[in-house]
Design a protein around this ligand. Structure first.
Ligand SMILES: [Zn+2]
Ligand SMILES: [Zn+2]
Length: 278
């Protein structure tokens, strides 16, 4: 079954991550009202053996509840016109690879998507969300590229989330930014994995960059123009944290893509509910 980009959102959070709102059922309802026919839940994945970024993701003991909630929505007769997938947004932590494999192999998740959200902030003396960095040191830029490309090469992920989030902190489009972006985009192309224009970044407050101009923290136009040039497959998702935003990408990211003459890819779902980029 083929799905055009206007029918799909594969990046959805809920009350389970504790910084989102809305139940699984409320999202399904809203997605149907907005004309989506393929909805994937990608809750921030917990880890079994440590409390990584606790308070910003599902509590590990709640994972079966999240799964059961989605399975119940999949079975409801009134949801026959929408395909509902279970997934997770996984922070790339190489030591957790076997747990992520378990999600696919033992817990039958339909897909996983990868992110690098947090890095050590030397100014604050602690790990912080990349979207909150106001300057990103060069060694962080290199570390980000390594983490992100390792995630893409792991073979675990169906798409990469907000790959340009590092540009929220790295606020100049110089040769280092171009080189970092090229490495990520080329790697995604070589691995055959699409990258996501993340609508949540378009819904955030603009930031002032080093040349004095303002832009969204992400997505960043120059990054995506480079993606087009390299030939990386590009998708878009809402990254909804409340039901009303489940199809917000159709209002923001679609015009962003159109203004930059970017073609968005659709998805194909095979008979085993596995996604393939189209
Ligand atoms: Zn994310
Ligand atoms: Zn997300």
């Amino acid at each position: 079954m083929l799905y055009t980009p206007d029918k799909v959102n594969l990046h959805t959070h809920s009350f389970y991550c504790k910084h989102g709102t809305g139940t699984i059922a409320e999202y399904v309802e809203q997605a149907k009202a907005e004309g989506l026919t393929l909805l994937g839940f990608s809750e921030h994945c917990p880890l079994p053996d440590r409390e990584y970024q606790k308070g910003n993701r599902i509590d590990y003991p709640d994972l079966p509840l999240y799964e059961a909630d989605i399975r119940a929505e999949q079975l409801k007769a009134e949801n026959k016109d929408i395909k509902i997938l279970i997934g997770a947004e996984c922070d790339w932590l190489p030591e957790e690879k076997s747990f992520y494999e378990e999600l696919i192999q033992k817990r039958n998740y339909d897909y996983l998507c990868c992110s690098v959200h947090h890095m050590y902030d030397p100014v604050k003396g602690k790990e912080d969300f990349l979207g909150r960095f106001t300057t990103l040191p060069l060694d962080h830029l290199r570390e980000y590229v390594k983490l992100y490309t390792d995630a893409l090469r792991s073979g675990l992920f169906t798409f990469g989330c907000h790959p340009d989030i590092f540009l929220a902190g790295y606020r100049r489009w110089d040769s280092d930014a171009i080189s970092a972006s090229t490495d990520i985009l080329q790697c995604a192309k070589d691995c055959g994995i699409p990258l996501e224009i993340n609508d949540n970044g378009l819904r955030k407050r603009p930031i002032t960059v080093e040349d004095g101009s303002t832009r969204q923290p992400y997505p960043v136009k120059e990054f995506w123009l480079l993606a087009k040039e390299i030939g990386t497959k590009i998708v878009t998702n809402s990254d909804a944290h409340r039901p009303i935003d489940v199809a917000a990408h159709k209002r923001n990211a679609f015009p962003f893509a159109e203004q930059n003459d970017i073609t968005l890819s659709g998805w194909e779902l095979d008979t085993e509910s596995k996604l393939h980029i189209h």
